[in-house]
Write a protein that binds this ligand. Sequence first.
Ligand code: SAM
Length: 251
Amino acid sequence: MEIHILSIFPEMFQALSNFGVISRAIDTGLVSVSAHDLRDFAHDKHASVDDRPYGGGPGMVMKPDVVARAIESVKPDDGRSVKVIYLSPQGQVFNHQAAAEFALEEKGQCLIFLAGRYEGVDERVLQTLVDEEWSIGDYVLSGGELPTMVMIDAIVRLMPDSLGNDQSAEQDSFVSGLLDCPHYTRPEEFSGMKVPDVLMSGDHAAIKQWRHKQALGRTFLRRPDLLASKELSDFELQLLAEFKSEQEISD
Ligand code: SAM
């Protein structure tokens, strides 16, 4: 996957590409990440990327000619699938399902992320050059850099061969429509609390079943909306009933 990012703060993306899963994915050639400075595409002597809004009012607007030149300069023209994505609080809300779909698209695809600043980008660029608008939630940040990093991290970690241990993505929250189960490590006792006996039993089937039950129970307690949109098997309904009775939760 080839990723280009257009931003007035390209240095911010070192935080993404120099560490952890993304850094490893770059090293192994699974993905390439290039951050470009939008100011390099401004033609005036001040390298202006923004201007006052027509109609007046506060704030500045990112100039369409500068953004258009930047998009055109990084867009490959060799027939590969290309998507230009604008990060915007007005876009579709990004979630696990969307990340998984991006991650499974064809290998050589190119994603171009446009990180806005100020009041955003001139509407005409959005209408002519942007394919999709994505939001990371119902709140407004001061720029699209963090949302871009959020999307890239969520997508790349779901790409096949990205995580060292494939299992760790499978168990994660949202992957099977449930939240993840609780996790424990040494020491055996901490703050007066012991690790659940089953996790020390070595009985892999019992551990698997306990984790499944906890995932169902947590989702019931914390995100009942997720359970409402998931069809539970008879076995899962039984595990959930056991969880409720263990926690003394009545229906
Ligand atoms: N005036 C815009 C509005 O209310 O829709 C908000 C502009 S915001 C201050 C500046 C930039 O931050 C946006 O152009 C966008 O790129 C980014 N941004 C802010 N909040 C975001 C969110 N929730 N999701 C994705 N991008 C966001």
